[in-house]
Design a binder for this molecule. Structure first.
Ligand SMILES: Nc1ncnc2c1ncn2[C@@H]1O[C@H](COP(=O)(O)OP(=O)(O)O)[C@@H](O)[C@H]1O
Ligand SMILES: [Mg+2]
Length: 243
């Protein structure tokens, strides 16, 4: 359903993505791993059309998309969750969650509030609806950010290191919500960038190893973690396993 073709992205002289080809099927849960600075966030930002690729193409359901075309339609289908949550600090939890569907005219105020309450109840934060983000813990903020994505009823969710900014004791509440999403909506396609190797190994149906802006290896979690072929991947894993 999602296809990236020969995607290249440079910032000035710096070549960050050097020709990425990826095909992701509906319902697939794809993990992206790789050393810091190898281009993982840039890839997700290009897929979400936050960043304009230098060259290459993004297809969604066989249709080509770029920033100049159907951006809001695409964003409805493809949601993104950020490491730093990106909640609006001046808006309450309720306002953060209902902002996009109201702005795009997808839901009426009543419908949006009702849906937001349903999500907040599900994550046990209904009593925080009128709180501001700075009154929440990191784990609570990230769960609110995920609800803000879910209310748009996306078909694909991109997660860019969703637990990296969290204290260890809060990681579980966010990964649990991600598991809930996967268990309730078997058709949800997810792409997750994370350094939580254990989570990626257990959670994903497929894993891609990126290095220096290229896909080096692509396989099942078992292939990638237990039988890595490429030397770069072997090195990357051995470093992680010794931490
Ligand atoms: N907006 C930008 N301007 C200039 N360089 C950037 C920008 N965004 C990312 N980079 C550079 O691109 C490289 C890859 O970054 P990033 O995609 O964030 O890597 P990762 O998420 O794998 O750690 C880094 O060297 C980073 O400094
Ligand atoms: Mg990153």
């Amino acid at each position: 359903m999602l296809e990236v073709r020969n995607l290249k992205k440079s910032f000035g002289d710096k070549k960050v993505l050097k020709g990425i080809d990826l095909k992701i099927d509906k319902g697939e849960v794809l993990g992206i791993i790789g050393p810091s600075g190898c281009g993982k966030s840039t890839l997700l930002r290009c897929i979400n059309l936050l960043e304009e690729p230098t060259s290459g193409e993004i297809f969604y359901n066989e249709e080509k998309y770029d920033r100049s075309k159907n951006l809001s339609n695409y964003r409805r289908e493809v949601g993104m969750v950020f490491q730093q949550f990106n909640l609006f600090p001046h808006l309450t939890v309720m306002e953060n969650i209902t902002l996009a569907p109201l702005k795009l005219g997808i839901l009426t105020k009543d419908e949006a509030v009702k849906a937001a309450k349903r999500y907040l109840k599900k994550i046990d934060l209904l009593d925080k609806a009128d709180f501001y983000p700075n009154e929440l813990s990191g784990g609570q903020k990230q769960r609110v950010a995920i609800c803000r994505t879910l209310i748009m009823n996306p078909k694909v969710i991109l997660f860019d290191e969703p637990t990296s900014a969290l204290d260890p004791e809060m990681i579980g509440e966010v990964t649990k919500l991600m598991r809930d999403i996967k268990d309730t909506d078997f058709n949800m396609t997810m792409i997750i960038v994370s350094h939580e190797m254990k989570f990626i190994k257990d959670f994903c149906s497929r894993v891609v190893f990126l290095d220096e802006g290229k896909v080096i290896e692509d396989g099942t979690p078992n292939q990638i973690f237990n039988h890595p072929k490429d030397e770069k991947l072997q090195k990357f894993l051995s470093k992680i396993n010794t931490i």
